[in-house]
Design a protein around this ligand. Sequence first.
Ligand code: NAG
Ligand code: NAG
Ligand code: NAG
Ligand code: NAG
Length: 312
Amino acid sequence: SSRFLFFLAMQRVMKMIEPISLIFSYRCYVDDKVSKVAWLNRSNIIFAGQDKWSLDPRVDLVTKGQLEYSLRIQKVDVYDEGSYTCSIQTKQQPKTSQVYLIVQVPASIYKVSEDISVNEGRNVTLSCLASGRPEPTITWRLLDPSAEPLDGEEYLDILGIMRNQAGRYECRANNDVATPDSKYVTVVVNYPPSITKATDSETPVGRLGTLQCEAVAVPTAEFEWYRDEKRLFNTQATNIQILDKTSILMIANVTEEDYGNYTCVASNRLGEHRANVFLYRPGTGRDINGSACVSQSLWLLLVCSAFVFFKC
Ligand SMILES: *[C@@H]1O[C@H](CO)[C@@H](O)[C@H](O)[C@H]1NC(C)=O
Ligand SMILES: *[C@@H]1O[C@H](CO)[C@@H](O)[C@H](O)[C@H]1NC(C)=O
Ligand SMILES: *[C@@H]1O[C@H](CO)[C@@H](O)[C@H](O)[C@H]1NC(C)=O
Ligand SMILES: *[C@@H]1O[C@H](CO)[C@@H](O)[C@H](O)[C@H]1NC(C)=O
């Protein structure tokens, strides 16, 4: 029977990727013993002999003499998917050959959540919608620090978000047709300040005293410094500087009156955190309130000195 009819293309399933390969053509070889030929799309006749039954302008025949009777579809799209049949009537019997056209479309993300800023503890849902054929699978990762895959598909639910879940999220859609598509969502998690380090200073009279206060917060904390109830500002005697997450109070020329208790207040719109920091005379340690020693009676001063002496 192969004397009358053969197909050059052995592959019976053709996969096409839209929009990379736009022309589908399947060769159907016949010989001169054949009396009737036709191409069918499912059960619709596309061509019967040289007569075109289909109204689709993208479809035509490629023929070479009487030996080739091939179907060509230009600008293939997903609706063209399905089986196509080349049907041949020889003198003895009808012969058919089918090819199944699979149209694949690379995964493409068409909608993804906007970047967001939320308060710690809130529930967050990120969405990522993608199209493609076959249906893409969607995966999520928080890129920093571990980039471990997260449990979520189109929707990623984060219940009671924590500060360590802030960062850049990657949504990836893959259907193994082409390179996966990726989109990114930045999530900012706001939380009130927390003072992580408050550094005392042991400074002799006449020297530069530096007190430090470090706070983590989102948005970044603002700092205020107090000496007892009195707020301190930048003056000739005191200078306040901010270095990243740390505020530094510098007392240019420490005097006896400067010894004592200072308060650092770190605040943002979500709250504040306070810490006490001490400036003390060398050798006294932070247990002794230096200013109390000078401002109290001579007797007290002696007790203070004795205590210092004892400690040494
Ligand atoms: C095949 O048939 C389907 C409907 O049955 C139609 O949508 C599609 O356009 C047809 N394809 C060709 C190439 O004729
Ligand atoms: C977060 O979601 C959980 C479970 O759906 C719910 O119980 C909780 O009240 C939600 N929390 C907030 C802050 O909306
Ligand atoms: C330091 O000052 C703060 C606020 O003025 C006060 O609450 C705290 O008790 C003081 N600490 C000491 C050790 O005096
Ligand atoms: C520090 O203060 C003392 C006493 O007020 C003064 O004598 C001294 O000149 C000052 N030193 C500096 C470097 O300003």
